[in-house]
Design a protein around this ligand. Sequence first.
Ligand code: BG6
Length: 472
Amino acid sequence: MEQLTLPKDFFFGAAMSGPQTEGEWKSGGKLENLWDLWSNLELDAFHNRVGSYGGNDFTRRHNEDFQIFKDLGLTSFRTSIQWSRLLDEDGNVNPEGEKYYHELFADAAASGLECFVNLYHFDMPAYLFRRGGWENREVVEAYANYAAKAFELFGKEIRCWFTFNEPIVEPDQRYQNGVWYPYLHNFNRAKVVQYNISVAHSLAVAAYRRAKAAGLMREDSRIGLINCFTPPYTRENPSEADLEAVRMTDGINNRWWLDLVTKGELPADVLDSLASRGVELPIRPGDAEILAQGKVDWLGCNYYHPERVQAPSREVDESGCPVFAEPYVWPEAKMNESRGWEIYPKGIYDFGMKLKNEYPELEFFVSENGMGVEHEWDFRDAETGVIQDDYRIEFVREHLAWIARAIADGANLVGYHYWAVVDNWSWSNAFKNRYGFVEVDLEDGYKRRLKKSANWLREVTKTHTLTVEEGK
Ligand code: BG6
C-alpha cells in the first residue's frame, strides 16, 4: 500500500451550478432560460420527465447544505449566478435577483464558506437565444454587460470569479452533436459559437480588470475560466494520421482555451486547419485586441474521463461536418456504465504534467470530478438506510491519489471541488445518475441524507492523507 499526502493548504470544496440546484425557476423575477424553454417545449426529452424547474431545492435548503459542507470539512463551493435571474430583458438589474444572490453569498460567509462565482453554466436566457444566442455578436455584448453588472454588484463580496464553465460543451452538445436542444449538426455554427464565447470570455475579463482598477472588486480577487480538460490519448504505436487526430482534438478542446487564457490568442495551427476545411469564423477587425485581454489569473479543470481518439475513417460525417478524429476504444478501459464514461484517474496527473510543461505559469484546481451512478437505492443498507457507495470512495480516492502524485511531481495544483456533493439535477439526465456524497430523496421532499462516502470524505479533508494500492 502507498501513503500519499496532500499539502496542508490544499482546499476541498463542492462544485455546483445555479440552473441545476436553485429551482424557483420563475419566481423572484427570474426569466426563462434555455433549459426552461426546452422543458416547456418537450418534457419527454428529460429523464422521467423532470424538467429544469426544481433544481435540488437549494434555494430553500442552502443553509442546511452549507452545514453539511462544513461538517464534511469543505471550505469552499462554486455556484453560478443565473443571468436570467440577475438581469431583466433590457439588461437592467432585477432587484429581486440581486437580493437573492446577496443573501446567498452572505449566508455562505456566515457559515464560514467561501463562494466561488461562475457567470455562465450553459444557461442562456431564452429571449437572447431567440435572438440567435452565441451566434449573435449582440448577445456577446449583452454577456459583457451582464458580467460588468455582476462585478459591480458583488465585487466586494466574492474573491474568486469565473467567466464560463466548460465553454466547449454548448458548441458540441447543441450545435455539433445534436444532443441538446436545438439539436443541430452543423460544425461551422458550432465553431462560430466557440469563437464568440471566446470573445465573450475576453470581454468579461476586460470588464473585470476595469472594475478592479476602479476599486469595485476585492483587492484579493481573481478571475479564471473553467473547462473540461484531458490530454487526448491514442492507440499504442500510432500512425501519423492518429497523431494528427490527437493534434486537432487537443487543439480544439484544450489548446484553444489554454492559449486564450495564457497568451490571449487562439492557436494558429488550429485556425488554419479549420479554415482549410472551409470553416468560416466571424472574426472582426479589433478582435485580436479583445482576445489579448482574455488572460486569466488561474484555471479550473473539470475532469471526469479521458478522451481517446484515432484517425478518422472518413473526411466528413453524414451531416457534412468535417471529422478530425474518431473515438478510440481502449481495450483495457474501465467504465462507469451508468454514465458511459471511462474511469481513468491518471488523466488528472497527465493533464497536470501537460500544464507544467506547456503552460508552467498557470495555477489550477480540479474544479469538478465525480461519479454519477444510476439506481443508487439498490445499494441502500436495509438496516441503516445509508447508501453504501464504495464505488464512489474508490473513484475519489484514486483521483485524489493522482492529484497528490501530480503535486509531488511539480504540478501547480491547489485544490479539489467535487461534483456534486449533494445530488442535483443533471440536465436532460435529470436525477438519473446520482453524484452526491449526500442523497437527495425525491420521494421525501428533497430530504438530504449522508451516504457512506460522506464519512470517508470527512476523514480525508481532516487528515489530507490517503492510503491507496501502489500505482492505483
Ligand atoms: C460537467 C458539467 O460537464 O459535468 C455539469 O459542468 C454536469 O454541469 C457534470 O452536471 C456531470 O455531467 P452530467 O451530464 O452527468 O450531469
